[in-house]
Write a protein that binds this ligand. Structure first.
Ligand code: SF4
Ligand code: SF4
Ligand code: SF4
Length: 246
């Protein structure tokens, strides 16, 4: 039986999400047994250059060259999976959008800035249609496997649309607010099994915001614990600045 052709592509990112695939251990062999990987710069030098059934796209779109490239990939792909926060919500690259573009160009590239025509950061779906989203920085591998299976079967995958707090409570963690630390769990999309809080950290909002965040509830909690709103908003901008472009 012909295996579906799958290709990995990367744009502006740290490539940490692709590394997560490499870290899958034995599961990677099960997954790779079902597909034919035809392009993957991190692990192979071949360039397929033709149609693929599934394109797994990591990274944000941050310049015009990337815009042209992602449009070409979209035309070649049966389904596009945006893979990791950089691709699904702009992620940490979106912090660039906190500042005027001209200032950023001069600050990063100095007098050579005209050789680096950078643009505002965009998530992949803000440039081309995306069929599947695997959120997270890095991605949560059980969710990636579920999304890839759905893409290979041509059925939809709906990421959870309730807050990380739900998973956090099920995992019986002590709330970070009770420790005097702010946490973005109340407004952030679940699906990572409250990964960071389970390991003693806070939620930084890397999976993006739920579609209908309980702003009043979040504001009440922030006020109750006397946490400056500006601090919370700055934390939110670390991953979620590109949402303003939706
Ligand atoms: S989402 Fe995070 S881990 Fe993944 S590529 Fe972007 S910065 Fe790296
Ligand atoms: S605010 Fe953070 S620590 Fe508290 S329940 Fe929600 S996710 Fe857990
Ligand atoms: S707990 Fe928050 S920051 Fe950590 S992986 Fe989940 S959504 Fe991302």
């Amino acid at each position: 039986m012909k295996k579906p052709k799958v290709a990995f592509f990367d744009f502006a990112c740290c490539e940490g999400c692709q590394l997560q695939v490499a870290n899958m251990g034995e599961t990677v062999l099960d997954v790779l047994g079902l597909i034919e990987v035809v392009e993957w710069r991190e692990v192979m030098s071949e360039k397929w250059g033709k149609k693929v059934d599934v394109a797994i796209v990591e990274g944000s779109i941050t310049d015009l060259h990337a815009v042209e490239r992602i449009k070409k990939i979209r035309k070649r792909a049966g389904a596009v999976i945006a893979y990791g926060s950089c691709a699904t919500i702009g992620g940490v690259n979106g912090m660039k959008n906190n500042f005027p573009l001209e200032d950023i160009k001069h600050y990063v590239y100095g007098d050579s800035h005209r050789f680096f025509p950078t643009e505002q950061t965009k998530a992949v779906h803000q440039v081309v249609p995306v069929d599947y989203f695997v959120h997270g920085c890095p991605v949560y591998i059980p969710e990636f496997v579920a999304v890839l299976k759905a893409a290979l079967q041509g059925i939809p995958y709906y990421p959870p649309d309730y807050p990380v707090c739900v998973e956090c409570k099920l995992n019986e963690n002590v709330c970070m607010y009770d420790r005097g630390v702010s946490c973005l769990g109340p407004v952030t999309r679940a699906g990572c099994n409250s990964w960071c809080i389970n390991n003693g950290n806070i939620c930084y909002g890397c999976r993006g915001m739920v579609s209908n965040p309980n702003e009043k509830g979040a504001k009440d909690v922030i006020a109750k614990y006397k946490i400056p709103m500006e601090l919370v908003l700055n934390k939110m901008n670390m991953y979620n600045k590109c949402r303003e472009l939706d």
